[in-house]
Ligand binder design. Structure first.
Ligand code: 5GP
Ligand code: ZN
Length: 115
């Protein structure tokens, strides 16, 4: 995906504030953080969204979920964090390259207001 912004970040064509990198995955700080700590974990391969994930992506997605709390702790989120995956138009996804938001620090409001 030549012009996908997160593919370009993964290839090093657009700079980012890197949190973590290995052969398959990259984590970097969100350019518009919504909390004191807000970074994204992405696969380097282009997968548009969770809706496009198939059985062949299971190991990769599993690796991402296992890595997320380790990176969160390294970023100082010992007390917990929020993970957000926006999927497609209906989920408010703006960048069509699968990513997990990891958000924390400060006070994180409840996600759903009751009453
Ligand atoms: P989405 O709404 O697709 O789940 O989230 C996309 C996120 O990517 C947004 O929070 C936005 O701030 C972030 N973002 C968009 N473009 C860039 C960029 O060029 N660099 C970084 N670091 N974050 C970006
Ligand atoms: Zn991409």
């Amino acid at each position: 995906m030549g012009d996908c912004i997160f593919c370009r970040i993964a290839r090093g064509e657009i700079p980012c504030r890197k949190v973590y990198e290995d052969d398959e995955l990259l984590a970097f700080h969100d350019i518009h953080p919504v909390a004191p700590v807000h970074f994204m974990l992405i696969p380097k391969l282009h997968l548009a969204s969770l809706a496009e994930a198939g059985d062949g992506h299971a190991a990769l997605l599993g690796r991402m979920l296992v890595l997320a709390p380790k990176l969160a702790r390294e970023q100082g989120l010992e007390n917990g964090f929020r993970t957000v995956i926006n999927t497609g138009k209906g989920g408010g996804q703006e960048v069509l390259h699968f990513h997990i938001h990891i958000i924390g620090g400060g006070s994180i409001p409840p996600m759903v207001r009751h009453g």
